[in-house]
Design a protein around this ligand. Structure first.
Ligand SMILES: Cc1ncc(COP(=O)(O)O)c(C=O)c1O
Length: 451
């Protein structure tokens, strides 16, 4: 017994001493220790102390769309590794990667039928930005290098992607960053910086894009990049008409529209891509995360052929681009999602879960709004239902922490609590998450005198 706890303590200490953890304040890490998980099965995770959790945030990153321990994916990867583990990159390619490009081309919106593969979401975004600039410079805008993105956006951690990022305190540590980026307001649910009605604010944000293009100089602007459903402060679903207007404005000024589906893609919002569900027509679309359900790292950008074909050569390379084992994982993920109808199931179960949460906590004095699309939901908290003032983020984190103590893992994201279950979650799993969310909100609200 002592030996076991000694080895656990040693593992915890080694983690703190030698691993760089991100996003968690150092003090919280030292107080609470690192989360060390040793195995997973279905939607359950087990930590190094033997404690089991119901994972309702798909391995924190929302990537794990098919749960843990899927033998079919593991076997496909193993087969590929023993047949041809790696073929190089650039002009070298293996059949699973060709198969994957062909299959994704049938799932994307707006004839985005050509694919470039990267290793994660940030690289997919970098690649998209580079294609956009390269295209503009090669065709009709020889001076275009500017990129417009949105307040609160997240597009990745590498320099080009973070230039377009403005997410909850991640941007200013990278400043001054790369030149040529600017941000405009993006539509927000429930509360926005100008206290406008949500629909009116959506129109204002779209019009702002036109003003910003004119302000920056249309000949200098290469692309506008946006998440279809923004992550910051929890599942920001755009108002009807927003992306139609954005498309019109981009067309008017020859600005390419990059839709970043790194979270949304492969079923999170109840369709293969949120662009399909929301009727968005991108010129380029980035994807990663649920593409392999987290079984291996992979990202991609899908492009309209006339854009990529306009380049005499696309000078860009990642050593592991289109890795055959990752492609084998992604192909199997697509097969499983199609065969089991998991995306349709996620859409239906997501609507059920949203109803349950709205009924259970929607009326609570500290809950401002419960919203969601597909299997992506958020509970946005308020200190005052009348003014919609945000609840202190420390209280939101405390609710998330309490849920974890009750055995359910979700995430705090600014003013909201975010839930992104795997597509395989059952109604029982969702009921349990709803029960624990309700219990934890009640407990924290009464312990802290918030309601
Ligand atoms: C919309 C979006 N774009 C890009 C990224 C970056 O992806 P990665 O962390 O795989 O580099 C993320 C990650 O959360 C994301 O949510």
């Amino acid at each position: 017994m002592t030996e076991i706890s000694d080895s656990r303590r040693q593992l915890e200490q080694q983690a703190l001493d030698h691993v760089i953890f991100t996003l968690i304040p150092t003090a919280d890490l030292e107080a609470g220790g690192a989360n060390i998980f040793v195995r997973g099965e279905g939607v359950h995770l087990e930590d190094h102390t033997g404690r089991r959790y119901l994972d309702m945030i798909s391995a924190v990153t929302r990537a794990n769309s098919l749960g843990y321990g899927n033998r079919e994916i593991a076997d496909a990867v193993k087969r590929q590794l023993s047949t041809l583990h790696y073929a190089g990159t650039a002009s070298n390619i293996a059949p699973p990667t060709i198969e994957l490009a062909t299959r994704i081309a049938e799932l994307t919106p707006n004839d985005l039928t050509k694919l470039y593969f990267a290793n994660d979401g940030s690289e997919a975004v970098e690649s998209a930005l580079k294609i956009a600039k390269h295209y503009q410079i090669t065709t009709n805008k020889p001076r275009a290098f500017k990129i417009i993105s949105r307040w609160n956006a997240y597009h990745g951690a590498t320099m080009g992607a973070i230039g377009a990022t403005d997410w909850l305190g991640t941007r200013h540590i990278s400043e001054p960053g790369m030149p040529g980026y600017s941000q405009i307001p993006g539509p927000m649910c429930y509360r926005n910086p100008f206290n406008m009605d949500t629909a009116a604010y959506g129109e204002f944000c779209a019009e702002y894009l036109e003003k910003e293009i004119l302000h920056q100089g249309p000949d200098l602007v290469a692309a506008f990049i946006a998440e279809p459903v923004m992550q910051a402060n929890g599942v920001q679903i755009p108002p009807d008409g927003y992306f139609d207007r954005v498309r019109e404005i981009c067309d008017r000024y020859g600005v390419l529209l990059i839709i970043d589906e790194v979270i949304c893609g492969f079923g999170r919002t109840g369709d293969w891509f949120a662009s399909n569900r929301l009727g968005i027509k991108p010129d380029l679309l980035t994807m990663a995360k649920a593409m392999t359900a987290g079984y291996l790292p992979m990202g991609a950008v899908a492009v309209r052929p006339e854009i990529i074909d306009a380049l005499p050569v696309f000078r860009h390379v990642h050593t592991f681009s289109g890795h055959p084992a990752c492609a084998a994982a992604a192909n199997t993920v697509i097969t499983i999602k199609m065969r089991e109808g998991l995306i349709e199931q996620g859409r239906i179960n997501g609507a059920y879960f949203l109803d349950s949460l709205q009924e259970a906590v929607g009326g609570h004095p500290i809950v401002g709004e419960v919203r969601g699309i597909g299997m992506w939901l958020a509970i946005d908290f308020t200190a005052d239902k009348r003014t919609r003032a945000p609840l202190g983020e420390e209280h939101v984190r405390a609710i998330v922490q309490r849920m974890r103590q009750h055995g359910v893992i979700v995430s705090a994201i600014g003013t909201a609590l975010e839930i992104a279950p795997s597509l395989i979650s059952t109604r029982d799993d969702l009921d349990e998450a709803c029960r624990v969310a309700t219990l934890s909100i009640n407990e924290i609200a009464s312990e802290r005198g918030l309601a």
